[in-house]
Design a protein around this ligand. Sequence first.
Ligand code: AMP
Length: 391
Amino acid sequence: MMNVYHFRDIEFRVPARYIELSARGFGAQGTVCAAYDTVSRQNVAIKKLSRPFQNVTHAKRAYREFKLMKLVNHKNIIGLLNAFTPQSTLEEFQDVYLVMELMDANLCQVIQMDLDHERMSYLLYQMLCGIKHLHSAGIIHRDLKPSNIVVKSDCTLKILDFGLARTAGTTFMMTPYVVTRYYRAPEVILGMGYKENVDIWSVGCIMGEMIRGGVLFPGTDHIDQWNKIIEQLGTPSSSFMARLQPTVRNYVENRPRYQGYAFDRLFPDVLFPSDSSEHSRLKASQARDLLSRMLVVDPEHRISVDQALVHSYIHVWYDESEVNAVSMKSLVSTSVKNLGVNNRTPAPGPYDHSVDEREHTVEQWKELIYQEVMEYEARTNNTDPVDGNAR
Ligand code: AMP
């Protein structure tokens, strides 16, 4: 049995096991509701993907997110609990709902608050653990931002999405939502090669925003954003310039030269907790030191994830089992491999990047997603809690 709810003009059609739905978030990718699951007896978040089959970009992204959510298993990455569709045949298939762990707020809301060093460093530590886990699965995010990071009131944190696919040029989306690019690293903005520490830039932007209380580099477009970066951090070296594509290099080299500011000017003492205890001063100087190593334009000189995890500001939280958790589901479970899709391709090792390169029509992506959803339907059979029958 299905129950129907409406939020704004969006219909939520969910199995009867989910009750007490209330709207939580409206994003580019979908609408999120909080609900109570009477079967697992826990609060959950249900996300209805918005028109996942409106074009190839949406369909491919939906498939990628779905696959990765199933694959990755780490406490700082959102976990997928269930998936369902109200339609019962591939021909009718239209809506995808994903059920996840419920969190309390996204980081945009937390950034506004006056965070003490303990909370701030703990949030950053968890981001770094989640990012390291993604990297160990071969996933470099490149698009971390506060709206895609969620937290609970006990200060636990989870990353919600998996960022940009490896193949560029598919980012064009017909949505009324403006894509936030403020947290993207110079190498992404300038279309250069990148490595894992591309994600450290985003963490630096988020940390800087927590301290400053405003976005560090709020560009209206990539050019404006690049200007904001160099005005504050200074024009990068000629060895950085040498790695740019010729046309981009031409533009970048012809900008005015900026010296940039020292980090105690960019993040002055007044921005930090005002009690003048020795401990507080030490924490502020550690925080500033970490920022100065993360917000480095040239990735060759930027700190790595591993180095950030052992930095004095972060290391207090270090727990080997959180930092180096390698429990990729694909390594321990055969269920993923048994999916029809993966039977034709090698088991993900860990993430099968060929998904990023694959080209399919909307209809083909739809079929692949349908198979994934059906696998969940079979596994959990979305039992009706009232009479115990599958719907
Ligand atoms: P998304 O469509 O994934 O970008 O999510 C849009 C918004 O919904 C996020 O910014 C969060 O505020 C909220 N949200 C998404 N997933 C969850 C979750 N698992 N728990 C709580 N809130 C969430």
